[in-house]
Design a protein around this ligand. Structure first.
Ligand code: GDP
Length: 361
């Protein structure tokens, strides 16, 4: 067959115009230049200190990264930012899903920014399985605040252990403070352990409740109420006002049963409507009074130091555990001793002592 003849057929693919490569080299170069690790620690700190949101976000991404090199860089940045941190008021906000946390944070945030405060909103939600592990990633939440230049909203780090997420949030607080945010709001869903964790990283803890739902229904354990510096009954609007007032009396009575708080501050119970933006200023007045009272009596500083001490011991605990369980020989011996203990051949105490002795070797 004559090959030349074949070329004339319309069934053949004709030469097209030259195609560009699959990747735009110029865009790739720009993207690479933007990678967080390409900034030096000094550049990071300078960017954060000058309030550059992009740099702050990149630094937080490093904090959240599990890559060893990112972790090292993150620690350098945090250490350099530490002297510039600590000047904010850190507020924890909790309540069951649907109580109105995001509506409330939007209302409080808009009020505070109108008063020239710079606010950062962080979240702890280790249970979240939504994409990006974030309850705050949902675009419909805090629409107004999200575009407010004086506010910075950072979604919760992707799902992980509560300890891991807590550590990242603590470090993120330091970075946000160094960036000049003077009010840090840490939100958590009031359904489990995370309230205690948030309590251990904030100065003031606010519990949002609903009227007439009953403690059990709201999933709020009594211990959580005991941790609160303020309880606000949200949705105190429309037909709900009387029920909310009755709930206020009920919670006030319940709080009387607790021993006086170490802070010298008497927890308050009040009403608000996040939707109607009512009672929001009152919340802030309480928070300011709390700050004044606890700064005057020394509790504010005491609590922060205590929290640092707690982080120190927790970090050591975690590292020791990781080292212990990470050793191959220990893992093998552990498997052996587990069987022996279950079979009743050896007591768990003797087995533990033998394993700990092995760890010393
Ligand atoms: P979250 O799950 O705790 O963050 O709650 P949201 O802020 O998403 O609010 C849950 C629902 O309650 C939404 O439909 C809100 O519009 C509504 N809501 C929030 N605050 C109020 C309030 O003060 N009054 C009334 N009536 N509804 C509210």
């Amino acid at each position: 067959m004559n090959p030349k003849k074949e070329f004339k057929s319309a069934l053949n693919v004709m030469d097209g115009i030259e195609q560009p490569g699959p990747v735009n080299a110029d865009a790739l170069r720009k993207l690479k230049a933007k990678r967080p690790q390409s900034l030096s620690t000094e550049e990071f700190v300078h960017g954060i200190r000058s309030g550059n949101r992009t740099v702050l976000s990149k630094a937080i991404t490093m904090v959240e990264s599990s890559l060893h090199s990112h972790q090292q860089k993150a620690q350098e940045i945090i250490n350099a930012c530490l002297p510039f941190s600590g000047k904010s008021i850190r507020i924890g906000i909790t309540g069951v899903p649907g109580v109105g946390k995001s509506t409330f944070i939007e209302a409080l945030g808009m009020f505070l920014t109108s008063q020239d405060h710079q606010i950062a909103v962080l979240a702890i939600d280790p249970s979240s399985t939504r994409s990006k592990g974030s309850i705050l990633g949902d675009k419909t939440r805090m629409e107004e605040l999200a575009v407010n230049p004086k506010a910075y909203i950072r979604p919760s780090p992707s799902a992980g252990s509560l300890g891991g997420v807590a550590r990242k949030t603590r470090e993120t607080i330091i970075l946000c403070e160094a960036a000049g945010f003077d009010v840090i709001l840490v939100e958590t869903v009031g359904v489990g352990q995370s309230e205690t964790t948030v309590r251990s990283m904030v100065d003031f803890f606010l519990l949002l409740m609903l009227a007439g739902a009953g403690d059990e229904l709201q999933g709020i354990k009594r211990g959580i109420m005991e941790m609160a510096d303020a309880i606000f009954i949200n949705k105190a609007d429309g037909d709900n006002v009387n029920k909310a007032k009755a709930a206020r009396v009920e919670y006030k009575n319940a709080l009387h049963l607790y021993p006086p708080a170490e802070s010298g501050w008497n927890p308050v119970v009040d009403l608000c409507s996040a939707r109607a933006r009512m009672g929001i200023e009152t919340v802030w007045t309480y928070i300011e009074n709390y700050r004044e009272t606890t700064k005057a009596n020394g509790f504010f500083e005491f609590q922060r130091k205590e929290q640092f001490r707690q982080v120190l011991t927790e970090t050591i605990d975690q590292a020791i555990k990781r080292d212990f369980y990470g050793r191959k020989d220990i893992a093998q011996s552990l498997a052996y001793y587990e069987k022996e203990v279950i079979a009743g051949n050896i007591s768990p105490y003797t087995a533990a002592a033998a394993l700990l002795e092995k760890n010393r070797m």
